[in-house]
Design a binder for this molecule. Structure first.
Ligand code: MUC
Ligand code: MG
Length: 367
């Protein structure tokens, strides 16, 4: 089997409600759908979300790097020659989600060729993932209303609260209101997207003591190495690396230098291959992982479910899998269902990301 051609299709689907966080906001899914075509007629599919404020990629840059650099480098190779393909892609640095999407599309091809669900090929640990819902910036009472609504509509009881605002009292109040309103059984954790300094994060931890918050993600820029280490040493809860750790090398640097002591894995930026390396590193070191969300569509979300459910360590905690609910539409032919707080792995060959062609024709921006 050979890779024959690669499509990088820019499209845009509006969100019904913007998601705001410390490093940016999302009002539309202005993503790029990747389709890797083989000479045997098998097509691998993946979604790539440009996040300029996180990785520097844009919709245009993803299309350009795929069309001009990655496609010419891998066309003619066998999709099973993964190591050769990764060597070829690795000659270009960064471009995380473009590389991650291509890797997922290759696995989709491999699963279809083998007649097996990719989740089973990767590890086959379980057949579903518990869902954590991400709450963007809003007044405290609105946050509680949204969380209660998600709990009653979908059975979700794990919430990631976006923080990193100033004055700190905005987020501190939100933590208190959520814990009070959701009760002690809800898992509540925080993600500041580098919005604070390490000392501000310490102050927030002091003023939310006793609330049972479980994790604090990317509180400040990991490049502020000295103060970040001090924060990790002093924090009573794990400090999670997210945007500071897109690659296995970044994970080892941040863990070994004390910049974090838990890791967020995102398939959108690591694909399945590097996510497997990261998971192995974390499991070997006894470091907890979370399955994160790159503000994914249903196409991206099903990829996270595929990987997360494949392994014990990545399915232990609820994964962030619900942001697509705020989109006005999606490209996935068979919509994802969240039931009793969880999403099932697709029991079909590949990743299970069949595309609704009429919707793609409607939302694509290149014709
Ligand atoms: C997250 O976990 O940080 C927001 C920015 C980004 O790159 O991902 C999202 C969610
Ligand atoms: Mg994060």
């Amino acid at each position: 089997m050979k890779i024959e051609r690669i499509e990088a299709i820019p499209y845009s689907i509006p969100y019904t409600k913007p998601l705001k966080f410390a490093s940016g906001q999302v009002t539309e899914a202005d993503h790029v759908l990747l389709r890797v075509h083989t000479d045997e007629g098998i097509v691998g599919t993946a979604d790539t979300p440009p996040r300029p404020y996180t990785y520097g990629e844009t919709q245009d840059s993803i299309v350009a790097v795929v069309n001009k650099i990655f496609a010419p480098a891998v066309i003619g190779l066998d999709p099973l020659d993964r190591e050769k393909i990764h060597q070829a892609l690795g000659r270009t640095i960064h471009n995380q989600t473009a590389k991650g999407g291509l890797d997922i599309a290759l696995w989709d091809i491999i699963g279809q060729a083998a007649g097996m669900p990719v989740s089973q090929l990767l590890g086959g640990y379980t057949d579903s993932m518990q869902v954590s819902h991400m709450l963007g910036f809003q007044p405290a009472q609105k946050l509680l209303e949204e969380a209660l609504q998600f709990r009653s509509d979908y059975g979700i009881n794990t919430f990631k609260l976006k923080v990193g605002r100033r004055p700190l009292s905005l987020d501190i109040e939100a933590c208190h209101v959520l814990r009070e309103g959701l009760g002690e059984d809800a898992d509540i954790y925080l993600d500041a997207n580098r919005g604070w300094t390490a000392n501000e994060a310490l102050e927030v931890l002091r003023r939310t003591e006793g609330l049972g918050l479980s994790l604090l993600e990317e509180p400040c820029d990991a490049k502020e190495a000295m103060s970040r280490r001090r924060l990790v040493d002093k924090s009573p809860i794990p400090i999670v690396g997210d945007e500071s750790v897109p690659t296995a090398g970044d994970v080892s640097r941040e863990l070994l230098s004390g910049g974090c002591n838990a890791i967020c894995i995102k398939t959108a930026r690591s694909g399945f291959t590097e996510a497997t390396q990261i998971l192995g590193l974390c499991t070997g070191l006894g470091v907890d992982v979370t399955m994160g969300n790159q503000i994914d569509t249903q196409v991206g979300t099903i990829a996270t479910v595929t990987f997360g459910a494949a392994h014990e360590a990545s399915s232990r905690r609820a994964g962030e899998l619900s942001n697509f609910l705020d989109m006005s539409d999606d490209l996935l032919a068979e919509p994802i269902v969240i039931k009793d707080g969880s999403i099932s792995v697709r029991q079909m060959p590949g990743v299970g990301a069949a595309i609704d062609e009429a919707k793609l024709a409607h939302y694509r921006q290149d014709n």
